[in-house]
Design a protein. Structure first.
Length: 117
């Protein structure tokens, strides 16, 4: 069984992703290309720093999504970029994805109302 798993893992790593040549609609509309984020190599995973070149610094991102909210106020969703649990330490890719559907990490436990990713 272990050998089968390893074989599948190696095979799947060698097959290009269906998303490999597709950008999100937002980035495609801006005329961005793979090299904007995959600076040296398409196969290399993108680091948060690549996101923050355009969307950061993190302090600006936190300020742009700030909402006046009291603790445990369910009428106002908390700042997604400054989590009560993790602060500003979560990777951008915890929620955002370029090549597949993005998912709001907080929704594993909470039902906050955020704009679509």
């Amino acid at each position: 069984m272990k050998r089968l798993f390893v074989s599948i893992l190696i095979f799947s790593a060698s097959v290009p992703s269906v998303w490999a040549n597709q950008l999100s609609q937002k980035h495609a509309k801006l005329g961005m290309e793979c090299q904007a984020c995959h600076i040296n190599n398409k196969a290399v995973l993108v680091e948060d720093e690549a996101c923050l070149v355009c969307h950061g610094p993190i302090s600006k991102l936190v300020a742009s999504t700030h909402r006046d909210r009291k603790p445990h106020d369910t009428a106002v969703s908390p700042n997604p970029h400054n989590s009560a649990h993790y602060g500003t330490t979560l990777s951008c890719f915890t929620c955002h994805s370029e090549h597949k559907q993005s998912e709001i990490y907080c929704h594993q436990c909470h039902a906050f109302k955020y704009k679509s990713l």
